[in-house]
Design a binder for this molecule. Sequence first.
Ligand SMILES: [Zn+2]
Length: 136
Amino acid sequence: MNEQGIPISGAGVSADRSAFCHEMANVLLQKRADLTQTIEQLKDAGGTVELDQTRMGRLSRMDAMAQQQMAKAGHTRLTIELQRISAALKRFEEDRYGVCCRCKDAIQAERLMADPAAPFCMACLEEIAEEKADRP
Ligand SMILES: [Zn+2]
């Protein structure tokens, strides 16, 4: 069997890199499970506030609303993170995990360890940041 069509560049790739990608995929699967659970819990928390409002004083209702706001913000943030993780797992299924979505170069292992869902290599990330900064 021959590995085909995997645009991984650089020396010393292959078995080690493949094992590393599998390891990262396992981390991502675990993260996805955790995130899904946390998001469900946040949904429940939002619902509980509504129900409890009748027996709360004005101040605690404000607190509850602030908490609900935070839960909402957290929910949005976690949902985005979940999407990133799902996208990374999809790339893994398609044998493109660890490959930069922009320049098709291999993403540095250190970077993947810090952020297993990283879609871009460090160089591209910096370029993207610069492009964003250029815009008014
Ligand atoms: Zn790149």
